[in-house]
Design a protein around this ligand. Structure first.
Ligand code: SAM
Length: 271
């Protein structure tokens, strides 16, 4: 095990970006960004009920249409998709690189009457900790954006590819960063960040960084530093990783139906 691979637990108190927050552009930063105070508020931010309503059956339908049953949720976060899919009858394993997030996901599962199979695993060495092959991997909630180095992105996709069966699929989403970079931010707040008490908006954007601020009703605020993935670049990475068929949806619609979506969802198939 090298230094990078050691488990790092998030501190419980405040986030710390140092003197120059917009200089912080590192893949490893995600672990300490999800401090306990932020994790506790995360569900307030994403509001499970509204989120379930806005997503509808989209992911369930994509998986069922392709006959997929064994699903690995590699960005489990607080467990929203793992819980939804377990309740819908899928065989779900839930992993995340943040121990704080996994603990919260497990608790949320119990509150919803399901027991999550949780695995602490960073995508870059996923197959060290995850054994077995899956019909599908999901990486949702704008998670892949946490990878700042292209080498890390390629490595994570190679690990996802290897953890899939020969005809497996990867479902991965991202914010519409093209819109933010080219035209400025104008979220309809309809998808994902739909807790209506929480303001989520970028405080700095350039081609190498989108720094978002999340302001909560109690006056507290937290940040996330993310890499602004352009859509075509992301599709190219998926192609390079070996996925043969890639379909991109905008806000859960066929792309042509939604001109300026908040989010893209890519469904990438091995065969
Ligand atoms: N999927 C959840 C959702 O939609 O609510 C969580 C989304 S949250 C924005 C991103 C998640 O990705 C966090 O739980 C974070 O710990 C995880 N993550 C980020 N980079 C990771 C990495 N390199 N390996 C494993 N997990 C990672």
């Amino acid at each position: 095990m090298n230094d990078q691979q050691q488990t790092v637990f998030a501190p419980e108190d405040a986030q710390d970006y140092g003197k120059d927050p917009i200089a912080v552009r590192e893949t490893d930063k995600y672990v300490s960004e999800y401090v306990r105070g932020f994790v506790e508020k995360w569900d307030e931010l994403i509001d499970w009920q509204q989120r379930a309503e806005s997503e509808g059956r989209f992911f369930i339908d994509v998986l069922k249409a392709r006959g997929k049953h064994a699903v690995l949720d590699v960005a489990a976060g607080t467990g929203f998709h793992s819980v939804q899919l377990l309740k819908a009858g899928f065989n779900v394993s839930s992993s995340d690189g943040s121990a704080e997030m996994l603990a919260k996901a497990f608790d949320n599962g119990m509150r919803h009457g399901v027991v999550l199979k949780t695995i602490h695993a960073d995508w870059r060495w996923l197959n060290k900790d995850i054994h077995g092959k899956f019909d599908a991997i999901i990486c949702l909630g704008n998670s892949f954006t946490h990878l700042f180095d292209e080498a890390d992105r390629r490595r994570a996709l190679a690990e996802f590819y290897a953890a899939l069966k020969h005809d497996g699929i990867l479902i991965i989403d991202q914010r519409n960063y093209d819109g933010i970079l080219d035209h400025g931010f104008s979220s309809k707040h309809k998808y994902y960040y739909c807790g209506d008490q929480v303001v989520a908006e970028p405080v700095h954007v350039d081609e190498g960084l989108a720094r978002f601020e999340y302001r909560f009703p109690d006056g507290s605020s937290h940040n996330l530093n993310m890499f602004p993935l352009r859509k075509q670049y992301m599709r190219g990475l998926l192609e390079d990783a070996g996925f043969r068929k890639i379909k991109t949806y905008g806000d859960f619609q066929e792309e042509s139906e939604e001109a300026n979506p908040d989010f893209f969802v890519h469904v990438a198939e091995k065969n």
